[in-house]
Ligand binder design. Structure first.
Ligand code: N01
Length: 541
């Protein structure tokens, strides 16, 4: 029965209540939460230590773009009080130190097996258990398998002809090496100008002899306006963390940034500009919610998009460069907003060259650099900031099989399907933390992770109390949730824009928006309602 302490992983037994995959913020909290609950838990992590994306994405300039006051755990007052962030948007080393601090404080590292890849998990219906195998040749059984392996954790591999003959060094932002990567005085190429690229570019430019930015699609990037931590604000939150946590549960992105309160048309043009300037000064994701209708109405969106375009033109001195950097291919907010520190200004530097690969495409990598159709760029170091196989990448490589030998993603050729983004029908006792169909990457990830892990903990308790060994999402509940996810996104301008949050069906061009766009607050309320209504949509045995 679930909840029995069937294994003590201190002694490395082979049978557990729960196996947690991943030691990022989700896995750390899951390990703590489920052990507190009295469960026998084993963690498996491919890296050498805790941190997840913050362990791997250690590129220069990496920092969070959710304010630190809210990008942390709220489950323990002492933890909140004793940790001292230094900045409004801390850099990667500080976030990694925080996660390490949490893992150490709650003594959870010893329950993780590090440097270990999960090679597969097979559901065994006779015992209602998964058998989880690893690349070390071990095999463990568990009642529940919790995939805290992240939605943006499987790097997209650079597939450029000639990369194998390049004689310099090449690295990826998403898997930045642990050894020192020399950038001082180097000729550096960077490919990719998404969230990772816009953070790395200004920092690389400071030390590089020459930085060549290979730019394909212009993105909207908003200044972070980073600042030292406001200590009195932090202390105030620390004094009432339960209330602040409750407040986060009421927010569409689980982070209390200012939101739009009226449609664009309800303001005069002067009022619109005043509000836009205020949001620009506030910085970051707040530019996503200036007007309540900017995500759904082209006219409202145009006002915000045009404001940001003008800002870019005002920062970048060379008008030709500015026009390459000005985003015109999609409305603002239709891809995840980038948040930067000095990104556009970097293109005013003499040592930075902007290469428009739409006008002059990359042909191949050569032993000494990058060949475009019209030019050869001699470089010592290539940085790929080209993103992730989002949502499905980490899950697919986990090789999880049900009794028919299927993987969860086998049924996802027309877009991911998971009830609440948490469980895929046909895969009993398998939980996808912040999976497709939940708010996931649209919300503050630390809050989304905690919400799912708590939900799973409650389900396990419920099963224990009622003598159940097996839980599965019903097909009907899953189908109707998929419909709900589609409805929530149906009016969004972003549904029609190519990006990693949209699945496009190749045969008819129909589109599936992958995360739940109806707002974190509505999603969390819905989960609470399901839990209090006898776990509607789940079947227990
Ligand atoms: O990846 P991306 P990312 N030739 O997929 C370009 C989170 N995150 O790692 O747009 C040339 O956004 C590609 O060009 P195009 C956050 O959720 C958070 O930057 O396809 N270019 C694009 O410019 C974010 O959304 C934080 O035309 C090529 C870039 O590579 C998510 O991670 C920080 C190319 C990929 O952008 C992913 O961000 C960092 C090619 N062949 C990341 N292939 C914070 O919290 C790809 N590109 C701050």
């Amino acid at each position: 029965m679930a909840g029995e302490t069937v294994g003590q992983n201190d002694e490395r037994s082979v049978d557990y209540d729960v196996v947690v995959i991943g030691a990022g913020m989700g896995g750390i909290y899951a390990m703590h939460r489920y052990r507190e609950q009295g469960l026998a838990v084993l963690g498996i992590e491919s890296a050498a230590d805790v941190g997840g994306v913050w362990y791997h994405n250690r590129y220069p300039g990496a920092r969070v773009d959710i304010e630190s006051y809210y990008y942390c755990f709220f489950f323990d007052q002492d933890l909140y009080e004793e940790w001292e962030w230094t900045e409004r948007y801390p850099a990667q080393p500080e976030i990694l130190a925080y996660l390490d601090h949490v893992a150490t404080t709650y003594d959870i590292k010893r329950h993780f097996q590090f440097d270990t890849w999960m090679t597969g998990a097979q559901w065994e219906p006779a015992s209602n258990r998964y058998t989880v195998t690893t690349d070390r040749g071990e095999s463990y059984t568990c009642r529940f398998l919790v995939m805290a392996s992240g939605q943006l954790s499987k790097p997209r591999k650079p597939e450029f002809e000639g990369l194998d003959v390049f004689q310099g060094e090449w690295v990826q932002t998403s898997e930045w090496p642990h050894h020192h990567v020399e950038t001082e005085g180097k000729r550096i190429a960077i490919i990719g100008t998404g969230s990772s690229g816009v953070q790395a570019i200004p920092v690389l430019a400071e030390t590089a002899d020459q930085l060549f930015v290979f730019h394909r699609t212009a993105n909207y990037s908003i200044p972070a306006n980073n600042a030292p931590l406001d200590r009195s604000k932090y202390a105030d939150i620390a004094s009432r963390i339960d209330a602040v946590w409750a407040d986060l549960q009421q927010h569409p992105a689980a982070a209390p940034v200012p939101l739009g309160v009226k449609t664009a048309a309800e303001y005069t043009p002067e009022e619109q500009q005043t509000l836009l300037e205020e949001r620009w000064a506030y910085g970051g994701h707040t530019m996503n919610g200036v007007f309540t209708d900017q995500g759904t109405t082209k006219e409202a969106n145009d006002i915000v998009s045009e404001f940001v375009r003008d800002k870019i033109r005002s920062i970048v001195k060379d008008p030709t460069k500015a026009e390459i950097l000005v985003p015109t291919e999609y409305p603002i907010g239709s891809r995840r907003l980038c948040v930067d520190t000095g990104y556009y200004d970097t293109f005013n530097r003499d040592n930075v060259t902007l290469v428009d690969v739409q006008a002059d495409p990359i042909v191949r990598i050569t032993p000494t650099g990058i060949q475009t159709e019209n030019h050869h760029y001699e470089v010592d170091l290539i940085v790929f900031a080209i993103g992730f196989n989002a949502f499905t990448g980490a899950l697919e490589q986990a090789n999880i099989r049900n009794e028919k030998g299927e993987q969860p993603s086998d049924g996802w050729s027309r877009g991911p399907k998971a009830y609440l983004g948490l469980m895929a029908h046909g895969f009993p006792n398998l939980f996808l933390v912040t999976g497709p169909g939940s708010p996931s990457v649209l919300a503050n990830m630390i809050v989304s992770n905690v919400q799912h892990i708590d939900l799973i903990g409650s389900i396990v308790d419920y099963m224990k109390e009622n003598g159940y060994e097996r839980i599965e999402a019903t097909e009907k509940a899953q189908e109707s949730w998929v419909e709900e996810v589609a409805t929530a996104a149906s009016r969004l301008l972003r549904l029609n824009v190519e990006n990693y949050m949209v699945h496009v069906n190749k045969d008819d061009g129909s589109r599936v928006f992958i995360p739940y766009a109806g707002g974190y607050q509505n999603y969390a309320a819905r989960c609470n309602e399901i839990m209090t209504n006898g776990f509607d949509g789940f079947e227990f045995a």
